[in-house]
Design a protein around this ligand. Structure first.
Ligand SMILES: [Zn+2]
Length: 289
């Protein structure tokens, strides 16, 4: 099938990537649309859900078949939605277990069943682990459609089982100065530099998250370099060279883990100032300083 989008939601790049993933009769079994609030992830999820229950032979969703009409009315029996953006407590583990057994029941009338889980940054770990079990052995003809402000909010095990599409609007800032100076502060001999780093981490949650994501990419680049790989996603050559030259592989792995941990804590509304201090201490420990 070819996808038909309602409008420019998500941006041309993401629409093209999704069209490719859903082309030629292929449907992934789990998709995560990652993006800041207002970036269009929810709209994209709605289009994909409709496309999966659309009965048209042409581009989907056609908008006129019985499947599309029911989906638009919110009454399609094969689309099941939990909204963690509206209600952060939308994902109790019992609910995920119920989804798990329901996923093995054949679709009622559509070619496939769709489970739409919005705002999964609010899904507790116990529920994520329940979800993981089904993502590991997905039933046929089922699509799990997730949205999150950041893929980092999910457990790495869950993340590795979903196809992630990052939606425009949730992009990284082009200014790397803060992330680079923080990464380099890890080398400094005294504690003062890292305390300064913690103080410099923005109190604004969006900016804080962006900086953490930049750091995560820097550590990943350094790890690739340390393991003998080429390529540099961030393009921050000198910082990546400094990190990979000055730290062990294990330290870099731990620093990447600390960053992911901080991102998850931030998604769960941890106090930003306390988190910044704990994060910098964690980095220091990971670096063996
Ligand atoms: Zn249709």
């Amino acid at each position: 099938m070819s996808l038909r989008f309602d409008g420019p939601e998500g941006g041309a790049r993401v629409q093209a990537a999704l069209s490719l993933a859903f082309s030629g009769g292929r449907v992934p079994h789990a998709v995560l649309l990652e993006g800041e609030p207002g970036s269009g992830t929810e709209k994209l999820a709605a289009v994909l859900a409709r496309a999966c229950v659309c009965l048209s032979e042409g581009d989907r969703p056609c908008g006129v078949c019985a499947g599309c009409r029911k989906a638009l009315a919110g009454s399609h029996p094969d689309i099941f939605t939990l909204d963690g953006d509206k209600d952060p407590r939308a994902f109790p583990v019992d609910e995920i277990r119920r989804i798990r057994s329901d996923a093995f029941v054949r679709p009622n009338e559509a070619p496939r069943k769709v489970f739409v889980l919005l705002g999964v940054q609010n899904m507790p770990e116990i529920s994520q682990n329940a979800l993981l079990k089904i993502l590991e052995e997905p039933p046929r003809n089922v699509l799990f459609l997730l949205t999150a402000t950041s893929a980092a909010a999910l457990l790495p095990t869950v993340r590795s089982r979903v196809q992630v599409f990052s939606v425009a609007g949730g992009g990284l800032p082009t200014d790397w100065a803060l992330a680079e100076s923080l990464a380099r502060a890890v080398f400094a001999s005294g504690e003062a530099e890292l305390q300064f780093g913690a103080a410099a981490l923005p109190a604004d949650r969006e900016a804080f998250r962006s900086t953490l994501r930049q750091l995560s990419l820097l550590f990943r680049d350094a790890l690739v370099r340390r393991s003998g790989g080429g390529g540099c996603l961030t393009g921050r050559e000198s910082t990546v060279a400094a990190l990979s030259g000055g730290l062990t592989r294990l330290s870099l792995i731990r620093m990447a883990e600390e960053t992911e941990k901080a991102l998850r804590a931030l998604e769960r509304n941890a106090n930003a100032a306390l988190l910044a201090t704990a994060f910098c201490a964690g980095l220091r420990g990971a670096a063996g300083r």
